[in-house]
Each structure stands twice: as structure tokens, then as C-alpha cells.
Design a protein around this ligand. Structure first.
Ligand SMILES: NC(=O)c1ccc[n+]([C@@H]2O[C@H](COP(=O)([O-])OP(=O)(O)OC[C@H]3O[C@@H](n4cnc5c(N)ncnc54)[C@H](OP(=O)(O)O)[C@@H]3O)[C@@H](O)[C@H]2O)c1
Length: 350
């Protein structure tokens, strides 16, 4: 048994971007498990835009992480010791394992029970925090809600990101015209050439508003919204009558400050009224009953070569804070995951 657990604890609630000292990497003894518990070693941990608002948003969909607690995160880990009947050593499980190496799987202590994945594992562990996990499932449920049809125009913001890249491809598979928004010419090329979207607008180009107008000559029927702020505001001005918005997230606002002093309001919100539009707020964990259906669909498309799932992999738990910063500076493509450890039991994928 390992002697030490490395864990990232929240020491201060950040104001704006993360600063040195907000998080601390600590080394502490690995907990001794008792009856009803298992010890899970994280293989990968997820770094998400939500990680930022879990550090301090006073009114998010989950309470903020308590000061000095291990940071909340989804992860995929391997059971390395077990005193519970439903988890065997060598099993791989997904859930809120936290930014740490070892998580005690005790249903009475965790925010939600971990889910044991099928053996042999049908995909690499990282897929279960990505295309077959909360981000891919958000894309699937969002596109299912929007229900794009041929002849309609869909806009997807952060189109090269974890959720957006899958959402854009799924909308395209349903025959709609799909316009992505992403940061930089390289990402935009990737969105069109590799993900197959019809067009992609570079929001770092000073003329991005005009470019978005030109890319949506027939207006916007459906908006898969990941970014919020100025970008969403301009999309509002492009809405067609009876347009629908799937509000998955607003990453551009997550560093705005807990008092919201930096918050960018939506000037064009009147367009919801004028265009008789509807907007749906969404949290993927509210729909656990639909996760199996989503995973089956996404896995089928991936295996058939119809869905591409890119990842940015960062090595080492100690690099989690820097990885989080990359989400806000556009330094990732596809799903951002941090690799923590390799599997100790060699169970072949397939
Ligand atoms: N509702 C749910 O249950 C749920 C679940 C998962 C994720 N989400 C939300 O979905 C959205 C995407 O999440 P994700 O995990 O897929 O992350 P992601 O899109 O992979 O996030 C990183 C990307 O966001 C873009 N970005 C960051 N700051 C920006 C800004 N100020 N303006 C424009 N673009 C900006 C950057 O891309 P560019 O380089 O292209 O600008 C960056 O690479 C987030 O809002 C997240 O909160 C919601």
C-alpha cells in the first residue's frame, strides 16, 4: 500500500483568475479503509470549467467546495483495496473522486456513489470523463434537445472544446448547417477540416461579429451555448423567430468574481422576447437516467468512425492548476484530462 496520498486542497476562494496559494498540493497519509469502503487510485482526473466556479460561486448548481477540502472533480480510478462487496480490486470506477491520487469510495461520504465501469474496459479511462462521460453526454443531450434538422442553422460556441466538438459533430450528423465559434485560425481549421462543420468563426479576429453575420446568412435557429458574454450576446442578435438556445455553460464569465463585478450582462436579451425564442438551462447530472442511452449512442458513433473525440492530456496531478488556467486561455483542444497513474492490473481494452 502506498504511504502517501497527494491531494489538491482549496485554501482560498479565488477572485478572478486562479492565483498562487488558492490551491495547495499536499502529501498526507492514505486513509485506512474500513468495512463498506474501497480505496480507488485515480488514473485520470477531469479539469473542467466548472472546477472554477466550484471554488467559490455562491449560487452554483452544487455548493462551493469547503475551504481546506480536497477539490471536487470527476475522475476515473482503479480499485486497489476493497472492503465492500460491490467493488473488487482491479475494477475501474468513475465519479467524484477529487483532485487527489487516492479516493476512499464510501457512499455515505462521497457526494455521489462511484459507478463501476464494465470489464474489460471498452475504451481508455479518459473517455469516461470525455466523450463517454459528462462532456460527451452534455453534447448528446443538448443536441437531442435542440433536435436540429436539415435547412436549419446551428451555432456552437467553443466548438473545438470538449462539449462543443462533440455537439457540433452530432448536429452535423443530423443534417443541419453547423457554424462553430473558436479561438484562433488553427482551431477554426480543425473545426472545419477535422470535425466537419460548415464554417467556423475565429472570435480572436477583431472582425468576428461581421464574420459571424457572414457565416449565418439565414440567421440562427439553434444555439448550443458554451461561452456566454459578448459572443452569446451577438448570437442573440442573429436569432430567427422561434429560435432555441441550449444554455450549457458560460465559460467566459467564470472568472468574473464572486461579487459579479466583472460579469458581462447580455444587452441583447430582448431578442428572446422579440424572436419568441426559448432558452433552456441544463445540468448534465440532472439526467443520470439518460446516461446509458447517451453512452451507447456516443460509443457506437466513435467505434463506427463517425465521431472524433480529441483530448488534451496533461501529465501529473501537480499540473492540475496550470491545466485549469489553460481552459480559460484557449490552450486546450477537445477534452482536457490530467493523467495521474497507469493501471496496475493489465486488463486489455477492447
Ligand atoms: N451544463 C452542464 O452540465 C455542463 C457539463 C460540462 C460542461 N459544461 C459547460 O460547457 C462549456 C464547455 O465546457 P468544456 O468542458 O467543453 O470546456 P472547453 O470548451 O473544452 O473549454 C475550454 C475552451 O473554452 C473557450 N473559452 C474560454 N474562455 C473563453 C472566452 N472568454 N471567450 C470565448 N471562448 C472561451 C476556449 O476555447 P477557444 O480557444 O475556442 O476560445 C477554451 O479552450 C462550459 O461553459 C462548461 O461550463 C456544462
Amino acid at each position: 500500500m502506498a504511504a502517501a496520498n497527494r491531494a489538491i486542497r482549496l485554501r482560498h476562494r479565488p477572485e478572478g483568475s486562479l492565483r498562487d496559494g488558492d490551491l495547495e498540493l499536499v502529501e498526507e497519509p492514505v486513509a485506512e479503509i474500513t468495512d463498506g469502503q474501497a480505496l480507488v487510485r485515480n488514473l485520470v482526473v477531469s479539469v473542467d470549467p466548472a472546477s472554477r466556479f466550484w471554488m467559490g460561486h455562491p449560487r452554483a448548481f452544487m455548493p462551493p467546495v469547503p475551504i481546506d477540502a480536497v477539490m471536487r472533480s470527476i475522475g476515473v480510478g482503479e480499485v486497489v483495496a476493497s472492503r465492500r462487496a460491490d467493488m473488487r480490486v482491479g475494477d475501474v470506477a468513475v465519479g467524484f473522486t477529487g483532485w487527489q491520487e487516492y479516493c476512499v469510495a464510501d457512499d455515505s461520504q462521497l457526494e455521489a456513489p462511484l459507478t463501476v465501469l464494465p470489464a474489460p474496459l471498452p475504451a481508455p479511462p479518459s473517455a469516461f470523463v470525455g466523450v463517454l462521460g459528462h462532456t460527451g453526454i452534455s453534447a448528446y443531450l443538448g443536441v437531442d434537445h435542440l433536435d436540429p434538422k436539415p435547412g436549419q442553422t446551428v451555432v456552437v460556441s467553443s466548438a473545438a472544446g470538449a462539449v462543443g466538438s462533440v455537439a457540433g459533430q452530432l448536429a452535423k450528423l443530423r443534417g443541419a448547417r453547423v457554424v462553430g465559434i473558436a479561438g484562433g485560425p488553427g482551431k477554426c481549421r480543425h473545426v472545419v477540416d477535422d470535425l466537419g462543420l460548415d464554417a467556423c468563426v475565429d472570435h480572436t479576429d477583431p472582425a468576428w461579429r461581421e464574420l459571424l453575420d457572414a457565416a449565418t446568412p439565414d440567421g440562427v435557429d439553434l444555439d448550443f451555448e458554451n461561452v456566454g458574454g459578448d459572443i452569446m450576446d451577438h448570437v442573440l442578435m442573429r436569432l430567427n423567430r422561434n429560435a432555441r438556445i441550449f444554455l450549457c455553460g458560460m465559460i467566459s464569465q467564470y472568472n468574473a468574481g464572486s461579487d459579479r463585478s466583472g460579469w458581462r450582462g447580455l444587452v441583447n436579451i430582448d431578442q428572446i422576447h422579440m424572436q419568441r425564442a426559448t432558452m433552456r438551462g441544463f445540468i448534465v447530472t440532472d439526467h443520470l437516467d439518460r446516461w446509458p442511452e447517451a453512452i451507447e449512442h456516443l460509443a457506437g458513433l466513435t467505434v463506427a468512425g463517425k465521431l472524433r473525440a480529441d483530448e488534451t492530456v496533461v501529465d501529473g496531478l501537480e499540473n492540475v492548476p496550470a491545466a485549469l488556467d489553460r481552459l480559460f486561455s484557449g490552450g486546450t483542444t477537445g477534452k482536457l484530462v490530467v493523467h495521474v497513474a497507469d493501471r496496475s492490473t493489465a486488463t486489455p481494452a477492447g
